[in-house]
Ligand binder design. Sequence first.
Ligand code: AMP
Ligand code: MG
Length: 529
Amino acid sequence: MLFQAIPHMNLQVRDTFNKELPADIVEANTRRQVFEACFSYVKPRVPSNPKLIHVSTEMAESIGLNAKNIQSEDFLQVFSGDKIYPKTQPYAMCYGGHQFGHWAGQLGDGRAINLMEIEHQDQSWALQLKGAGETPYSRTADGLAVLRSSIREHLCSEAMYHLGVPTTRSLSLCLSGDKVMRDIMYDGNPAYEKGAIVCRVAPSFIRFGNFQIFASRNDVVNLKKLADYTIRHFFKEIDENAQDKYVQFFQEVSNRSLEMVIHWQRVGFVHGVMNTDNMSILGLTIDYGPYGWLEGYEPGWTPNTTDRNQRRYRFGYQPFIVQWNLYQLANALFLLTKDAKPLEAILNQYKDDFEKRKLEMMRSKLGLELKENDDVKLIEDLEQRLQLTETDMTIFFRNLSQIRKENTPEANLKILLQAFYEPYELQEKTEEKWLNWLSLYSERLQLENIASEIRAKKMNTINPKYVLRNYMAQLSIDAADKGDYSIIEELYALLKQPYKEQAKYQKWFAKRPEWARHKVGCSMLSCSS
Ligand code: AMP
Ligand code: MG
C-alpha cells in the first residue's frame, strides 16, 4: 500500500516587526534590561511531550490551514514550540507598563514568543506562543503557563470573537508534557500543574507599553520608529506624511479602545488586569488572565482577587480605566507631538464620546431605536433595579426581548423571573420598583413603530444567549485535568453561535449554580497562571 504523506503546512511568511524594527544586539537568553530595541531574538523551549488538545478551525482557515494541516505532525511541532518554522526568527517584545496605577518599568514578553507573521487572503497575522519558555523579559518567573489559564485564554478569545468583541484570537491549545509549579491563591500552597501552550493570533501584539518603555527612557528615536511602523502597517487610514500624524494616531487608538470597552460593557465582560501593558494598540482585548463574566449585575465586581481591596479594575470602572491608560499613552506620544493640547483635547473628548456610545449601546440592548430624552433616566433606573436583587445580566437582557407592551407589568415581570438569584417577591418594595419600571418601559415601547417580533430579533443579535460563564470554564478545566477534553469541545461549539437559540445546548442558559458562588476559579481568580 502506498503511504500517503500528510501535506505539510504552507504558511505565507511575511515578517515585518523583526525586519523593520531594531533588534536587541545581545543574543543570549538571559534576563536583563534591553535598551534601544523593540525585541530580542529567542527560541521557544522544546516541550518534553507535546500533545494537541484543541484547535480553532475557523482561525486555522483564516491563516490558510485545512483539516489535514491541523492533523499533521508539523502543526503540533510548530505550535508547541518543538520546531521552528523554516525561514522564521522568533522573538520576544520589549515593553513596559503601569501596573495597578504605578509605573513598573520594563516588563516585556516574559512568556510569549512571537513565531512569525503570515499573510493569507490579504490579511496579515502575527502568531505567538504563550507559555513556551523564558525570555530576556521573564524577570523572576519561569516563562511557562498552566493548563487551566491556557484553556481560559483559548476558549474566551474565540468566544469574544464570535460575540463581535475586538480581540486577539487563539489558534491552538497544546499540553507541553512538563509540570509547572504554581501557588494558585498566593497563600503558601504551591503545587505542580500541567503545563500548556496556546498559540495566539492577532494582526499585531503591540501594546501601549511598547511605546511607554521608550518614552520612559527618553529614547525618542526608537519611539518614532515604532510609531511610524505601527501607523504604516496598522493605521493605513492615516497619511504617513501628514504633519499631525501622531495626533491622528492617538485619536484612532482612543476610538478603537473606546469601541472595545463599550463591547465589554455590552456583554458583561470584566478584564481583571487592565494594566497599560495589557492594552493593545489596535484596541483588541488582550491577555486573558483573571477575567470574568458578570453573573449578578454588579458594577463593583471584579474577578481578580489580587485587586480585591482596591477594585481598580471593577466592571463599572473599565471605561474610565481605558481613559486613564490612554492618558499614559498620550504622555509617551507627547515626545513626538511636542504639543500636549491636541492630545488633551482627545482625552477630554473621550468622556463625551463614551457617554454617547454607552447610551447608544444601552438603547440597542433595550431595543429602542428612537432617541427620547427620558431614555437616560430609564436606563439609570434599570441599572439601579438590576442591583436591588442579584440579577443575572445575560439571562435578564436575553429575556427582555420577550417583554410585550400589551402585557400587564405583572405578566412582563414573570418573563424576567428566571434572571433573579434571590426571590424578589420577598421584598415588597423591590417588586413594586420592578413593576413601575416595566410600566415605563412598556410606555416607551409604544413610541417605537416596529413590530415586537422584529424588535426581539434585533435585540437577540445584541444580547447574547450564551457567554463563557466562569463556572463553565472551570468545568471544562476540571475535566481536562483528568484528560477529558469533551467539555472544551462542547463550549467551543456552543460559543461559536452565542446569539443563536441552540436548543440542544439549553442547559448552558442557566444561572450560575450555587456551588460556584465562592469557588476558586469561578468567582475568585488570581493572577497566578
Ligand atoms: P500579566 O499580568 O499576565 O499581563 O503579566 C505581566 C508581565 O509578567 C508580563 O511582562 C508577562 O510577560 C510577565 N509574566 C507573567 N507570567 C509570567 C511567567 N510565568 N513567566 C515569565 N513572565 C511572566
Ligand atoms: Mg500581560
